[in-house]
Design a protein around this ligand. Structure first.
Ligand code: BYC
Length: 474
């Protein structure tokens, strides 16, 4: 197992102390990061002690320690999963060759672009969530928000380490730029669409951590297959932390639904106005928020047919999530079918090479994974005896990237006219009034163990602590 230097200015298991130049470069970037955290991170909670999990190693059995820390003192470190001796490239044209410990010159700009894109999403999400602390429904949720935030900060460190260690001066410049673009900024926005969406309520936060963090899971899984071993090792460890973020999303949405079902039962109604008046979020509104964040996250996988994606796969840059479970790891002459607009208001099947379809293959795996939680939420609804089912919309619905961008469909994926979409979109997507209503419920609850009225308590506390634990000392 790799040795861990926790005492260093930058905790790490990459022997940073043995590479003075790299250490100096990263120590130079560190104050810029802290400055960014100060200006763009969670607002107004700097001095507060938060019960946080900190990565202190990469051993599956004991990689984290828990304790009170003010967020600016969080030990953001560089942790790579242990090296797998003799690891070979598992897919594409270089299949079976030794993995690379450095970036081959011919793939340098591609790797740089992908690492920058991945890195860009991490601080972007912290910026999006910056103000949510003011309206947290409980101390438990407030702590989870901050846990997610500090870990996204660490994921930025993970990408910045690769940029500094393997991309020389260009990499250092990109690392600086990662702190200059900002979510929603008119002049210098974040790279990918979803990360510029405003997030001003906790229902959106839970949907984001369920759907958008799950894109993170699948992109990281693709990188975990990479022939560039430091990228594979970095992302493998990031996945360990990522699981908690999706847990926050799944249980968060589940608790919102649970509370709504309780009030539906109490009042014996499914009338939207009555439920809203009673201070809970009606199920059709939850469906609309789900439609929004799911479809936005679908765009993050890129175009259905992408020569970029084919090149990533052929060259060993980015594999499919869990590549080992596919039968053919080269896909040299294989083909697959995708559904695209037929140019006359309908749809048709197109045959493309499997390599060109890598984004779509990953997206479909993602959709399957999204459905697991939806099924669990529906079981709760069914158990409560309520006749309502949440459903993921079609991957053709409301797309802004790929074959369906600029084409309109209903949530089932049936092509419709722009006029029909315009006329019906308020039934399918959150309206300004829906968002205003959800926002109106967002009042801060700070008493340990207490919950806002629109959300049920979680089943258990954090790290075997009771729910009444003081997760943030305000
Ligand atoms: N918005 O050939 P295509 C996470 C661009 S989330 C705007 O299909 P490609 C996290 C694309 O860049 C995971 N632009 O693209 C979650 C390309 O631009 P250029 C983040 C978009 O390259 C929560 C052009 O459209 N990680 O970790 O096959 C909290 C042509 O498209 C979008 C990654 O994304 C979009 N949605 O695939 C915190 C992994 N989609 O080059 C963190 C790194 C596409 O023509 N990124 N474009 O200017 C990649 O692997 C790929 O860039 C993509 C797209 C999968 C995003």
């Amino acid at each position: 197992m790799s040795s861990i230097d926790l005492q260093a200015l930058i905790p790490n298991n990459v022997h940073l102390g043995e590479n003075r130049q790299l250490q100096r470069a990263l120590e130079h970037w560190q104050p810029a990061f802290l400055n960014w955290w100060d200006e763009m991170g969670p607002s107004d909670f700097k001095a507060k002690e938060v019960y946080l999990r900190t990565a202190v190693g990469v051993d599956a059995s004991g990689w984290a320690s828990y304790g009170y820390t003010p967020m600016p003192d969080y030990r953001w470190g560089i942790f790579l999963a242990d090296k797998e001796e003799g690891r070979k490239i598992g897919f594409g044209d270089h299949m079976g060759e030794e993995v690379w410990q450095d970036v081959p010159g011919e793939y340098r700009s591609t790797f740089r672009r992908l690492i920058v894109t991945q890195g860009d999403t991490e601080p972007a999400s912290v910026e999006q969530q910056r103000l949510l602390g003011h309206t947290a429904p409980s101390l438990y949720d407030l702590r989870n928000l901050f846990q997610v935030n500090v870990e996204e900060g660490r994921h930025l460190w993970a990408m910045v380490y690769l940029l500094h260690a393997h991309f020389g001066r260009d990499g250092r410049e990109e690392a600086e730029e990662l702190l200059m673009r900002h979510s929603g900024d008119a002049d210098k926005p974040r790279i990918l669409g979803t990360f510029n969406e405003p997030m001003d309520n906790w229902l959106s936060f839970f949907m984001f951590t369920y759907f958008t963090d799950r894109d993170g899971k699948f992109q990281l899984k693709s990188f975990a297959e990479s022939a560039f071993d430091p990228l594979a090792r970095t992302t493998r460890f990031m996945l360990t932390e990522e699981a908690h973020h999706m847990f926050v999303g799944e249980t968060g949405v589940g608790r919102v639904i649970k509370r709504t079902l309780e009030v539906m039962k109490e009042l014996d109604t499914n009338d939207q106005a009555t439920l809203r008046k009673a201070g809970v979020i009606d199920l059709p509104t939850i469906q609309k928020f789900m439609n929004f964040w799911f479809t936005s996250s679908l765009d993050l996988f890129g175009s259905e047919a992408s020569s970029n994606a084919a090149n990533y796969f052929s060259n060993g840059i980015k594999g499919r999530p869990d590549e080992a479970k596919f039968a053919d790891h080269v896909e040299l002459e294989t083909e697959m079918s995708i559904i695209v607009p037929n140019g006359q208001g309908g749809l048709k099947n197109d045959t493309i090479s499997t390599r060109n379809g890598m984004n779509e293959i990953t997206r479909l795996e993602y959709v399957k994974d999204c459905n697991v939680g939806v099924t669990r939420w529906n079981m709760g609804i069914k158990r409560a005896g309520v006749d309502f089912e949440l459903t993921l919309p079609s991957t053709r619905f409301r797309r802004e990237v790929g074959a369906w961008a600029g084409n309109f469909t209903d949530p089932l994926g049936n092509p419709i006219s722009a006029a029909e979409f315009e006329a019906k979109k308020d039934q399918w997507l959150p309206t300004p009034a829906d968002t205003a209503f959800v926002k109106s419920l967002m009042n801060r609850v700070t008493e340990p163990g207490k919950m806002a009225a629109w959300i049920a308590p979680p089943d258990r506390g954090i790290n075997a602590n009771p729910l009444e634990y003081e997760y943030v000392k305000l």
